[in-house]
Design a protein around this ligand. Structure first.
Ligand code: UGA
Length: 435
């Protein structure tokens, strides 16, 4: 099939490369000439494990190309995906759809013959209707159908998630879109990955409901963790104990410093706004958003308490800046609020992250960036694990203790066994573990 992907950001690039790997002919389009130039020179603008090799392989096979020209490839395409950004709109928390609407206008002017136009960006319920209206208005002669096909990829595991999805969701209003969409996902379809065909608005809501549920699940275990600390229980074991119940499931029950990233914070907020607009408030999600917002700064208080209540003039080592491991993405990362709150309390920050330092620099003031975990810990009165990179899972704790000014390890991801840390001569503070 001839596929065009509008938007070569995270979603567009990963999906485009994976579709090409299925054997389709894929052109990725982006307005950002520098990005396209970089891609054409063999560079990858984001860090995602395996993506560089997948792109190189499919470019070499002649199935994947990059351009700033939208009209040419769209005129040839059978299916056009819209994978542009939908950031939070300044001021009101709604999703900003100007890029989606702009893409729809340009596509309308360029399509020739029957074309399926698919929103892959996370878009509020009703966006498919609006895209359809814009295309009809811009080009009344156009022969097309608009479908919704949300993505459920996790950063850091995106290729694996794309190739082995739990499910594929496709929302259509026009039956003519069904066969091309089946064809696009044919290798997965043959592999028995469930494809759920539904109406377009339902599909759009599935995406938001899934992310909101997961954000709520994380927030639930985070609050249980706080209670564990008060009553002398261990959240790791509570998680395991409830997660073994199939109705609950063990995933996304890992307590931590609060969820971050480019999806959960933005999507929960947008869903709350949509629900309020329709006079059908989602109070569970409103509360989830509020709890998560305050949690990030509250983590700084935990660090301060572990250091005996005063951090003024003392150094804190921060291990992990990105919102999760295996990405260079700093969007809504808990590290930002934690570092700022510690600085407000008078601490000096030394930080290390395997991939996130370049993205962190413009977001944080007066942080010294280290070249390793041990370098960050040099002279620190506490070392704080904020992101659970594999590189931090097997630190030489004796070496860490020796370079620190005071022996305190705050493990906001519970990746250490408290007894092991204490055996190495460090005081341990985790999440939801009675000390
Ligand atoms: C999330 C969803 O998992 C994807 O299914 C979805 O496609 C994507 O958003 C999206 O809408 O594009 P992502 O944001 O990449 O993916 O990352 P997650 O692995 O879901 O982690 C999100 C945040 O939750 C991170 O800050 C992570 O540290 C936190 N988290 C996750 C926890 O604190 N505990 C957990 O048990 C799981």
């Amino acid at each position: 099939m001839r596929i065009v992907m509008i938007g070569s950001g995270y979603v567009g690039l990963v999906s485009g490369a994976c579709f090409a790997d299925f054997g389709h002919d894929v052109v990725c389009v982006d307005k950002d000439a520098a990005k396209i130039e970089k891609l054409n020179a063999g560079g990858i603008p984001i860090f995602e494990p395996g993506l560089d090799a997948l792109v190189a392989k499919n470019v070499a096979a002649g199935r994947l190309s990059f351009t700033t020209d939208l009209a040419g490839p769209v005129g040839e395409a059978e299916v056009v995906f819209i994978g542009v950004g939908t950031p939070t709109r300044r001021g009101d928390g709604h999703a900003d759809l100007s890029y989606v609407h702009g893409a729809a206008r340009e596509i309308a002017a360029a399509i020739r013959g029957f074309t399926v136009i698919v929103t892959k960006s996370t878009v509020p319920v009703g966006t498919g209707d609006e895209v359809e209206r814009i295309i009809r208005e811009t080009n009344p002669q156009a022969d097309f159908a608009v479908a919704s096909n949300p993505e459920f990829l996790r950063e850091g595991a995106a290729i694996e998630d794309f190739k082995r999805p739990d499910r594929i969701v496709v929302g259509i209003e026009d039956e003519r879109a069904r066969a091309p969409m089946e064809q696009v996902y044919r290798p997965l379809y043959l592999n028995k990955s469930p494809i759920l065909f539904t109406r377009r608005r339902t599909s759009e809501l599935i995406k938001y409901a899934a992310n909101a549920f997961l954000a709520m699940k994380i927030t639930f275990i985070n609050e249980i963790a706080d209670l564990c600390e008060k009553v002398g229980a261990d959240v790791q074991e509570v998680s395991r104990g409830i997660g073994l119940d199939n109705r609950i499931g063990s995933k996304f029950l890992h307590a931590g410093p609060g969820y971050g990233g480019s999806c959960f914070p933005k999507d929960t907020l947008a869903l709350v706004k949509t629900a309020q607009d329709h006079d059908s408030p989602l109070r569970l999600i409103e509360t989830t958003v509020a709890i998560n917002d305050t949690r990030k700064r509250a983590m700084a208080r935990k660090v301060i308490a572990a250091m005996g209540g005063d951090v003024r003039g003392r150094t804190v080592a921060i291990l992990g800046l990105t919102f999760k491991p295996n990405t260079d993405d700093m969007r809504e990362a808990p590290s930002i609020s934690i570092i700022q709150a510690l600085q407000d309390a008078g601490a000096t920050i030394r930080a290390y992250d395997p991939e996130g330092i370049d993205a962190a620099r413009p977001l944080l003031d007066e942080v010294t960036y280290a070249t390793s975990a041990y370098d960050a810990a040099q002279g620190a009165a506490a070392t704080v694990i904020v992101t659970e990179w594999d590189a931090f899972r097997a630190l030489d704790l004796g070496r860490l203790r020796d370079v620190m000014a005071a022996p305190v390890l705050v493990d906001l991801r519970n990746i250490y066994v408290p007894a092991d840390v204490e055996a190495a001569g460090l005081r341990y503070a985790g999440i939801g573990r009675a000390s």
